[in-house]
Design a protein. Structure first.
Length: 297
């Protein structure tokens, strides 16, 4: 009898624990709603109001402006370029790490650096590039004096759209290492042995097993890098003080413009366009991660 009571009390405890497990997510949910959900709703909702606060769809006329589509195209092009380059470079780093002992200092250093650099952005990153490669930077002055070469002979490109490529890759490559390395680690040595037993060489193994298994994870990480670059604002705002060459800067220009509330309301419409692009990228990312999970169990 005592054992039955103890067993019954344990079952009741686990049943109660399962019922109220969602309470553990309550603080995080409140944080997400307060600092992400509510601001997003308010920002997008402003696009459906006029200067008097009444409902209107007139703000969507901003999409009839070719300059707006140019900024979306520039953002998509910049995001795609930095995502592809960052994904390829990061994948090569991940492949190199497979030959390093898990407990080695090199592995710990790369893991730590990737975790830090993937979150390093904004004004500090912009300042680092300005100090290193700016108009009066150490690198430019050294190259002028030593190599008689001016990196800005055709204009100071660091403060224009091409100047964002380097800073974006600075955090895109570490992010790729963080997201893609677990997939490479889950390539099982037994698959190599089994393919070799069946007479397959290394090229055949990678063509029929390795690449197909890694493809969903790689494409998912590529989409994540695209979304990360597409939504970046602080670094671009610190480097490009004039003009609105990408969508986040276009939204900033609408908010601080001198044409009144109607211009500010168009920022909500532009934000809605960004959310649509991000939502499509995240839906595709989720689908690819589900496919990749079949090989990671």
């Amino acid at each position: 009898m005592p054992n039955r009571k103890i067993h019954g009390s344990k079952e009741q405890w686990f049943s109660l624990k399962r019922k109220f497990a969602w309470l553990g997510l309550a603080p995080f949910s409140v944080y997400i709603l307060a600092f992400l959900g509510l601001p997003t709703v308010l920002a997008v909702g402003s696009g459906f109001r006029d200067g008097q606060g009444k409902f209107t769809l007139a703000n969507f006329s901003v999409y009839s402006n070719p300059a707006v589509w140019d900024t979306f195209g520039a953002s998509a092009g910049l995001s795609a370029l930095t995502a592809v380059v960052g994904a390829v470079a990061g994948a090569l780093v991940c492949w190199a790490l497979t030959g390093v002992n898990q407990d080695s200092a090199v592995r710990r250093m790369v893991d730590a650096a990737s975790s830090v650099l993937a979150q390093f952005g904004g004004v500090m990153l912009a300042f680092a590039f300005i100090a290193t490669m700016g108009a009066q930077s150490i690198l430019r002055l050294w190259m002028q004096e030593t190599l008689n070469f001016d990196i800005y002979a055709n204009g100071v490109w660091l403060y224009q759209l091409p100047g964002l490529i380097g800073p974006y890759l600075y955090f895109q490559i570490p992010l790729m290492v963080i997201t893609f390395f677990p997939a490479i680690e889950r390539l099982r040595p037994q698959w190599v042995e089994a393919s070799a037993t069946l007479g397959a060489n290394k090229c055949q193994y990678w063509r029929h097993i390795g690449f197909p298994v890694l493809a969903p994870s790689f494409l998912g990480a590529l989409l994540l890098l695209f979304a990360n670059s597409f939504s970046s604002y602080a670094t671009a705002a610190a480097l490009i003080s004039q003009g609105a060459q990408i969508v986040p800067l276009q939204i900033r220009a609408a908010l601080i413009g001198e044409t009144g509330a109607s211009n500010a309301n168009s920022a909500g419409v532009l934000a809605l366009g960004m959310i649509v692009v991000m939502a499509v990228a995240m839906v595709l990312y989720s689908a690819l991660m589900k496919r990749a999970a079949r090989w990671q169990q």
